[in-house]
Design a protein around this ligand. Structure first.
Ligand SMILES: Nc1nc2c(ncn2[C@@H]2O[C@H](COP(=O)(O)OP(=O)(O)OP(=O)(O)O)[C@@H](O)[C@H]2O)c(=O)[nH]1
Ligand SMILES: [Mg+2]
Length: 397
């Protein structure tokens, strides 16, 4: 069997208001996603289109040129950064003869490959069903009338598409029931955990180094240079040292511990179906006593990544301020890849953050100290950073 990686061609639309360097960054990230899904990226293309073509999104002329390029390279997959409707995907496939995936479809495929536990599998399948349901329309152009009668078909005259929709809806209900049950199991486990140990969640953009930090703090975890390497929440016990002060005799000689949960990473335009499906897993984040927000400080899009994390946290119910706000520590990881002036610049931009290198252990003592001092207890007043807050509403002209 031929197990060479599947070749793919990546495209993104540049509208009149889009900056080219940003679209390039998005394409680079899409290439990382494609690589994480097992593809080999042959070409990345920006298609300048002031307007969206309703049927094919990118317009038939540019797509035909791409199809020729793909044929020359022996590429069979086309991956698009834009979110397409089912009928647009079908029209593109028909026109180019290529297999077409949009960004959401690609992320779903990665999640499907990674899902290991029953809960992760059910969550991903639920997201897939929610994604496919409105897309079924495009798959059936003939809308042939079924005669009704045996098997899965409903009453007379039910079309194939209606049968498919009904089956998906039934599956969605089954999965939701299963997930509610699994959430109860998770809640029971949570209550069964050692009492009194504070719970800390590692959150952040995918591939920032959350699992590496889990390993640095607890000795366990398997970091991988892949987007969405971690899907399942893993909780491990971390030793935080003692808070005994030999000078004053204050504190206790008892070693302090906390539980650290590693969680699924975030990404720009994380499909809302996945956020919804992963709500229960992300419940670990919502109910944690404190958050360690891990970021890859050496990534050129650091500030954008932080904004995505801030938005996603708010989306899952973690507000940065107010009575419910959890203490948060921003961990600027991977600073071993930065030079001194860059680190100084970071210090200016994020004075409250810890600069760390999870691989070599730099900054980990500082993180332990923060955890030891801060939890349990309410969030201490601190200056909020711009990435944590919602974008200001645009002013009416
Ligand atoms: N140079 C350097 N590389 C790091 C550091 N921390 C993590 N990495 C690398 O970054 C990659 C991603 O690390 P992970 O810990 O798996 O990242 P993650 O945030 O758990 O990623 P997902 O689970 O995929 O969302 C791995 O190749 C790590 O070896 C660091 O401090 N310095
Ligand atoms: Mg991970």
């Amino acid at each position: 069997m031929d197990d060479s990686p599947l070749r793919c061609l990546l495209i993104a639309r540049q509208g009149p208001d889009d900056r080219e360097d940003r679209i390039q960054d998005h394409l680079l990230e899409l290439a990382e996603l494609a690589r994480s899904c097992g593809f080999e990226v042959q070409t990345r293309r920006i298609l300048k289109r002031p307007q969206i073509a309703p049927r094919t999104f990118y317009g038939s002329g540019q797509l035909e040129a791409l199809a020729e390029e793909a044929a020359r390279q022996g590429t069979r997959h086309l991956i698009c950064d834009d979110e397409l409707s089912g009928s647009q995907v079908n029209a593109i496939e028909k026109l180019t003869g290529l297999i077409c995936l949009d960004r959401t479809g690609l992320i779903l495929s990665i999640f499907e490959q990674r899902a290991q536990t029953r809960e992760a599998k059910a969550q991903v399948e639920l997201a897939r069903c929610e994604y496919e349901l409105p897309r079924l329309k495009g798959a059936w152009t003939h809308l042939e009338r079924q005669g009704g009668g045996v098997g899965l078909r409903g009453g007379p005259g039910e079309t194939q598409i209606e049968v498919d929709r009904r089956m998906i809806r039934t599956r969605i209900s089954q999965l939701k029931r299963e997930l509610t049950h699994l959430e109860q199991v998770r809640e029971t486990q949570r209550q069964g955990r050692p009492k009194g140990l504070p719970r800390v969640a590692l959150v952040g953009y995918t591939n920032a180094g959350k699992t590496s930090l889990l390993k640095a703090l607890t000795g366990e975890g398997e970091p991988r240079d892949l987007l969405f390497a971690t899907l399942d929440t893993t909780t491990r016990k971390a030793w935080l040292g003692q808070d005994f002060d030999p000078e004053t005799g204050e504190g206790s000689l008892e070693p302090k511990h906390c539980l650290v949960a590693d969680t699924v990473g975030f990404i720009r335009k994380l499909p809302h179906q996945l956020v919804a499906a992963f709500r229960s897993t992300l419940g670990e984040v919502r109910t944690a006593d404190a958050l360690l927000v891990v970021a890859d400080a050496a990534h050129p899009d650091l500030e954008d990544h932080l904004k995505v994390v801030g938005t996603t946290l708010r989306e899952i119910g973690c507000e940065p301020e107010g009575v419910e706000a959890q203490p948060r520590l921003l961990v600027l990881n991977q600073v071993d890849r930065l030079h001194r002036p860059q680190k100084l610049d970071l210090k200016k931009r994020h004075p409250g953050a810890v600069q760390a290198c999870a691989l070599q252990g730099a900054g980990v003592a500082e993180i332990r100290l923060w955890l030891r001092d801060l939890i349990p207890g309410p969030a201490k007043p601190r200056e909020l950073e711009a990435w944590e807050l919602p974008e200001p509403e645009p002013q009416a002209p």
